[in-house]
Ligand binder design. Sequence first.
Ligand SMILES: Cc1cc2nc3c(=O)[nH]c(=O)nc-3n(C[C@H](O)[C@H](O)[C@H](O)COP(=O)(O)OP(=O)(O)OC[C@H]3O[C@@H](n4cnc5c(N)ncnc54)[C@H](O)[C@@H]3O)c2cc1C
Length: 389
Amino acid sequence: MDFRLSLEHLALQKKARDFVDQVLVPVEMECELNDGLSAETLARLNPQVLEWGFNAINHSKEDGGQGYDVFEQTLINEQFGRVTGAIWDVVWQPAWPLRYATPAQREEYLLPTNAGKRRDAYAITEAEAGSDPRQVQTTAVKVPGGWKINGEKWFVTVGDVADYFLVHAHVDGDPDLPTVFFVEKNLPGVILKRTPLYTHHFAFKHPEYIFQDVIVGEDKILGEIGQGYNMTKDWFVEARLGIAARCIGGATRALEEANDYAANRKQFGQSIRDFQGIEFMLADMAVEIMAAKSMMYRCAWDMANNYDRKLAHARISACKLYCSEMVGRVCDKALQILGGRGYMRENAVERLWRDTRVDRIWEGTSEIQRVIIAGQIKKRGIGVYTDWF
Ligand SMILES: Cc1cc2nc3c(=O)[nH]c(=O)nc-3n(C[C@H](O)[C@H](O)[C@H](O)COP(=O)(O)OP(=O)(O)OC[C@H]3O[C@@H](n4cnc5c(N)ncnc54)[C@H](O)[C@@H]3O)c2cc1C
């Protein structure tokens, strides 16, 4: 086994870090103070994403993406996780199920989205359907020439700037027929209900939308009727790994900040890092990151090398669970080391502490990850997690 990164991987990692430091970090305080980024800032950042070659890192070169494998994407996402305010989301990674687009949908949606000319938002969650997507109430009913969609979606991330949605609806209200539809935002009957405020100050919003008798054409189904949930669940494998990677990036930045602060801050005539109470926190943080990162690189490497997808799904649930809980512990300690300054929003540590809380909730809560892991143990035995194969 050789666990070292290749020179190419190190160069990619450095490029992603430089991009984050030079392009994304400078707008962090704008995002924090205004609860988002202005249209002017977004218009300025968009061409830089293209210039640096970070648009659609998760799609193939033929489809206008960067063609990075999952390990390379993980290296990039880890660096993206360093920035606060989820400004990493400015760097679009269009929904992975878009690769199931028909040739016509590819021209209309996938290619322009990968090129940064269009933006998608994925709408599954509803008031009654969170962890349990079978409770989705949004319906799609066949009408002459197309489909009529009725329902309401919550937490539509990037819904403020997206120009189309991928709406998860049940055909004829049948939970066995979950299906994803392309819905243009400017269609009659697409109504912005409200834009709630959240714990974090995110680059974009998570509005709620009503779909009232919205008519879409027959050609607006992504994939097959009834395949919506499987397609989305399959995408969650990569999406959860992406979250885990960003958690590692966020935790690493928090540790860097805390380590620097502890070296320079003097109380009682000495650096606070010389107090064992502080030093031990730094040690625990470093060990936690090391453990989480080893797990994440293993999962990412397996995925990039076409490892059995079901096993990858089982292990990546564990990775998402561990990394998202780890970043919470690390940021909390970092905040404690910064003392009162750690509680000031102008400090990255405070923002990371808030920003990363959602990683235990979206793309499957920590409890849902445990449900998956426990189910895998029952089905396949503990070796999925404890053995090395
Ligand atoms: C900032 C943000 C952005 C989001 N963006 C999007 C988006 O773009 N598109 C989208 O579709 N959704 C999005 N979501 C929704 C997100 O995926 C859901 O919030 C998440 O799936 C949990 O659903 P819920 O909030 O309804 O909680 P619930 O499912 O109601 O869960 C409530 C609590 O019960 C627990 N629970 C539920 N079932 C079980 C079980 N079987 N065993 C043990 N405990 C259980 C949960 O873990 C949780 O603690 C977003 C959410 C947030 C906060």
